[in-house]
Structure formats: structure tokens, C-alpha cells
Design a protein around this ligand. Structure first.
Ligand code: NAD
Ligand code: UFG
Length: 338
């Protein structure tokens, strides 16, 4: 029996593959490398000393999915594959719906056809939209996403819920991630965005090593303790472990289960910059800039449901996250591109 991991070469997928292999699971993986590289998979095998079975390909290709399910006994699927850039999703919304929504439908059809009924899905805190107050709880209203990426995640949550409603033998976990940062402590795998990073941590690390001249502080007049945006940063290794707990839950339960994966603590942009400076011993040049359109002031989770029902909670603190992000960037200044 094996776990099928879609988007396995990506940032969260690669860290989850490490945790799965270390936990004794067999992995069948698929990725089209649209936002990743083969090196990430090689590094996963190097870290763990274990092999996985990899299929290069696209989840929208039903023939390759059919082959995967025919050639392997798949017990459960962890579904990371998709596009994730908020800004880009406003420019090419149809690509986002095609990749994320249609891709998920093709995957679910293959699962149905091959009687595989356990699925862990990468959702996002973005589904809570801008109207709910933090700490965000799973029972709050969702769906008022402010961009096509967020809408695609919400639509997939609806589709998966309908899938269970018509076939109660499915077990589905919808994991709503907050802000994953950090890297594996080996420094061999980490986040490797294309172009100038939109997200805060890779922007900080690339500034630290001199690839970028300064860090723009996007908004200093929010109603927060220091005027900058507050987020729930979570170490990617903790996030990865949450997926193992979700797979374990689905081994003996059917239903649709929604969990926040966050730490429950909010840190501002300046908090993160200070923690990073402490961890790296470097000074990050900052420049105040206007707010980024669509950003909210505060977003952090109530993660207590995941603790109560999965026995999962984040273990690593902000210092660990900063130290690991820095190690990855320092050891790999150009990411996976040598
Ligand atoms: P990532 O881009 O690093 O990983 C996604 C992987 O999927 C990449 O390796 C990419 O090549 C692959 N992929 C994309 N489309 C594919 C397709 N059609 N067929 C096969 N492979 C495909 O992103 P990540 O940060 O690892 O995110 C993983 C998942 O978690 C995504 O679904 C993302 O939306 C979700 N998520 C991420 C964050 C975050 O901040 N990183 C937050 C919330 C949710
Ligand atoms: N920020 C800066 N300068 C930068 C980049 C970001 O000041 O160069 C600020 C933002 O304004 C925000 C905070 O840093 O206050 C965090 O921004 P990120 O872009 O790192 O993260 P977001 O919370 O905006 O979005 C992330 C993911 C989304 C996901 C969301 C909720 O990018 O995909 O978390 O999970 F939907």
C-alpha cells in the first residue's frame, strides 16, 4: 500500500515526502515540474535514504493517473499539485481554475474509478476571506475569497464535500494552511520561488544573501501593534507532520474533516525581520512602501481542533523557522538552480 503524493517536488510536497518516508510509508509521486525541479526529489531521497516511485506528468492527464492507479496499490492521496500565486491568479484566472479545479476533478474521477477513497487536500487560510476576525476557526463562514486562487481552493472544498455527500465511504481532510516558512534542517530542501518572491520569508532570505537590495515593508499603517501585517507563520516541517496525522485519521474514519494548520500565534512583518536578523546575524535593509492591494491586517488560526482530533500541534518556534530558512538560502543561493 502506498500514498500517492501529487505536487511532490514542490515546497510543501517535498517536506511531506520526507516525513512520509521517515514514517515508513511507500510513496508514489507525480509532478509536472511547472514550479519545481527533479533535484528536490533527489534531495528527499538523499535525506531519507529511501526511494519513491515517481511519475513525471500532469494531474489533468487521465491516462497517466489511470496508469498510476493500475500499476500501484494506492491507499490514500495527498493532493498538493496546483498553482499558488495570488497576484498571478488575477492575471490568468482560467489557468488557475483549469489547473486547480479541473485538475482536482480529474484526480477524484481516477480515485473513484480505482476505488481509492482517502484524500488529504491542501486548502488555505485564504478561504476565510477578509470578514472573519482572528483567531480563525474552522466553523466560521468561508468563500468570500478576494482572488481567483482563493476561489479555486474554496470551490475544491465544495466539490470534495459534494463528493462525500454522494458517496459516504470517502474520507477527506481539508487542511487549511496558514503561512508556511522554514526548510528542512539539513538545508537540502526548501522554498524556491520563480522570479522575485511575493511572499515575505523568501523575500527576506534573498535580501539577506544580497540577491535583492532591500525588503519592502508593504504597509506600516495597519491596526496592529507596530503597524505592519500580522500572520501565523508555521514551520513547513510541522505542516508536513500534520499531513501524516491526517492520513492516520482517514485510515479508520469516513467523512469530511476540516483543520487549520497554524501555530495560533500572529507575528508582524517587523517581528519576523527582527527574529531573522537574530538567527542570521545579518541586518536586513528595509524600505517602507504602501499596502499591498488585497492584504488584510491580521490573519492567524485557532489550531485547537487539529490538536483535539488529530493530536497535532506545531512544535517549532519563530527562531527555528528563521534559522532553517536562512540555512537553506545560504547553502543554495540560487535555489535548486546551480
Ligand atoms: P509549490 O508550487 O512549491 O508546489 C506545487 C507543486 O505542484 C509544484 O511542484 C508544481 O510543479 C506541481 N504542479 C502544479 N500543477 C501541477 C499539475 N497540473 N500536475 C502535476 N503537478 C503540478 O507550492 P507549495 O507551496 O508546495 O504548495 C502546495 C499546495 O499547498 C498548493 O496546492 C498550494 O496552493 C497550497 N498552499 C500553499 C501555501 C503556501 O503559502 N505555500 C498556503 C496555502 C496553501
Ligand atoms: N509583506 C511585506 N513585504 C513583502 C512581502 C510581504 O511587507 O515583500 C507582508 C505582507 O503585506 C503581509 C505579510 O508580509 O502582511 C505576509 O505576506 P505573504 O505574501 O508572505 O503571505 P500572505 O499572508 O499574503 O499570503 C500567504 C500565501 C497565500 C495564502 C495565505 C493564507 O501566499 O497563498 O498566506 O494562507 F493564501
Amino acid at each position: 500500500m502506498a500514498i500517492l503524493v501529487t505536487g511532490a517536488a514542490g515546497y510543501i510536497g517535498s517536506h511531506t515526502c520526507v516525513e512520509l518516508l521517515c514514517g515508513g510509508y511507500d510513496i508514489v509521486a507525480i509532478d509536472n515540474f511547472s514550479n519545481s525541479s527533479q533535484t528536490a526529489l533527489d534531495m528527499v531521497e538523499r535525506i531519507t535514504g529511501k526511494k519513491m516511485r515517481f511519475y513525471p506528468g500532469d494531474i489533468r492527464d487521465k491516462d497517466i493517473l489511470n496508469r498510476i492507479f493500475t500499476e500501484n496499490e494506492i491507499d490514500a492521496v495527498i493532493h498538493f499539485a496546483g498553482l499558488k500565486a495570488v497576484g498571478e491568479s488575477c492575471e490568468i484566472p482560467l489557468e488557475y481554475y483549469d489547473n486547480n479545479v479541473y485538475g482536482s476533478i480529474v484526480l477524484c474521477k481516477a480515485m473513484l474509478q480505482h476505488n481509492c477513497k482517502r484524500l488529504v487536500f491542501s486548502s488555505s487560510a485564504t478561504v476565510y476571506g477578509e470578514n472573519n476576525p482572528s483567531p480563525l476557526r474552522e466553523d466560521m463562514p468561508v468563500g468570500a475569497a478576494t482572488n481567483p486562487y482563493g476561489s479555486s481552493k474554496y470551490i475544491i472544498e465544495l466539490i470534495l464535500t459534494d463528493l462525500f455527500n454522494c458517496d459516504n465511504s470517502f474520507g477527506i481532510c481539508l487542511l487549511r494552511y496558514f503561512n508556511p516558512i522554514g526548510a528542512h534542517e539539513s538545508g537540502l530542501i526548501g522554498e524556491d520561488p520563480n522570479g522575485i518572491p511575493n511572499n515575505l520569508m523568501p523575500r527576506i532570505t534573498q535580501t539577506a544573501i544580497g540577491r535583492l537590495p532591500y525588503l519592502p515593508i508593504r504597509g506600516t499603517d495597519y491596526d496592529t501593534h507596530d503597524g505592519t501585517g500580522v500572520r501565523d507563520y508555521i514551520h513547513v516541517a510541522d505542516l508536513a507532520k500534520g499531513h501524516i496525522k491526517a492520513v492516520e485519521k482517514l485510515a479508520n474514519s469516513t467523512g469530511v474533516f476540516t483543520y487549520n494548520l497554524g501555530t495560533g500565534t500572529g507575528y508582524s512583518v517587523y517581528d519576523l525581520v527582527r527574529a531573522f536578523e537574530k538567527a542570521s546575524g545579518l541586518k536586513i535593509p528595509c524600505k517602507k512602501e504602501p499596502r499591498r492591494p488585497g492584504d488584510i491586517a491580521v490573519c492567524y488560526s485557532d489550531p485547537s481542533k487539529a490538536f483535539k482530533e488529530l493530536g497535532w500541534k506545531a512544535e517549532k518556534n519563530l527562531d527555528d523557522m528563521c534559522a532553517d530558512s536562512f540555512r537553506w538560502q545560504k547553502n543554495n543561493p540560487n535555489g535548486y538552480r546551480k
